[in-house]
Design a protein around this ligand. Structure first.
Ligand code: PMP
Length: 307
């Protein structure tokens, strides 16, 4: 994982070691922050481009709205900052991490009516999020003993830093038990999502995904729903239980980092034939083409050149 040498911090490009963060940073103590995960890909026609940059930055600003944080940057400003960072780092294909957090200020829980906020953009090179084996042969998942907080405790529409403690605990539990990723149930026992991915199941050709009430509104999830729609396949957004999940023909995860990851086993039960299913394999192949500009008929304006 090669890190970019430069970052964007509060409006300027810095060498990463020069961008200092105070120990009095409110967000460090209380997890008040919002972030994004975005990928740039080398394009078929040459150069790099960022996939669905505007949608990611719009979600970042929505997360800030949920947290009632005011930042002096527009969507266009932060899109330009993301591109500038990739350019300065010389990356055509990388992961982009914009982050906003309550900055050095009063250190009580109450950060003040209009707390100071820092904004940064980092880059690194990132391969398969769930490992090459997971992506090629299918990942192995475990339903977590950690439950997604109630909708009035965690704001699922926000990609909020402190909320990820729940996911970190679940992920560590799953890895320690020998699995690749955890799946979280909600407080009523229905499936929600992975710690960094949305969840899809297929049974007899019918595609289902969990409803937006309990999950992050994933941009990869939106991309897959739109892609399947243009192929005449509708996706039902509905709650389902772990036994329905175990009995699916195919299961896959979606996420910017995880892209389209097939699932071969959940809780010791093989999914389908215990290898990536045919519909998942097609979605995965086409997603990989869409993000590299090989299928321009999908999503006009989805690719912003790093130029
Ligand atoms: N759920 C969670 C909890 C996530 O962290 C992510 C990654 N951002 C996703 C779903 C997938 O979202 P996206 O496709 O926008 O990356």
């Amino acid at each position: 994982m090669a890190r970019g040498n430069y970052c964007w911090y509060n409006g300027k490009i810095f060498a990463v070691e020069e961008a200092k963060v105070s120990l009095f940073t409110h967000g460090l103590h209380y997890g008040v922050g919002a972030f994004e995960g975005i990928r740039a890909y080398k394009q078929k026609k040459g150069g790099g481009a960022v996939f669905r940059l505007k949608e990611h930055i719009a979600r970042l600003l929505e997360s800030c709205k949920i947290l009632d944080l005011k930042i002096p940057y527009s969507i266009d400003d932060l899109c330009s900052a993301s591109i500038a960072t990739c350019k300065k780092n010389g990356f055509e294909e990388c992961y982009i991490r914009p982050i906003v957090f309550t900055a050095d200020g009063p250190l009580g829980v109450h950060p003040g009516a209009n707390p100071p906020v820092d904004v940064a953009v980092l880059n690194w090179e990132w391969g398969s999020y769930l490992g090459d084996k997971g992506v090629n042969e299918g990942a192995r998942l475990k339903i977590s003993s950690f439950v997604r907080p109630h909708v009035n405790s965690a704001m699922t529409k926000g990609k909020i830093t402190g909320q990820y403690v729940n996911g970190v605990m679940a992920k560590r539990e799953a890895i320690a038990a020998g699995y690749d990723e955890a799946l979280m149930l909600d407080a009523d026992g229905f499936l929600t999502e992975g710690t960094g991915e949305n969840l899809f199941i297929i049974r007899d050709g019918a595609v289902k995904t969990t409803p937006l009430t309990s999950i992050l509104n994933g941009i990869t999830r939106q991309t897959v729903i739109q892609y399947l729609k243009t192929k005449g396949i509708s996706v039902t957004e509905t709650r389902f239980t772990r036994d329905e999940l175990w009995c699916a023909d195919e299961v896959f995860l979606t996420g910017t980092a995880a892209e389209i990851t097939p699932v071969r086993e959940i809780d010791g039960r093989l999914i389908g034939a215990g290898k990536p299913g045919p519909i998942t394999a097609t979605i995965r192949r086409d997603y990989s083409d869409i993000v590299r500009g090989n299928l321009p008929e999908y999503g006009k304006g989805w690719l912003t050149p790093i130029a």
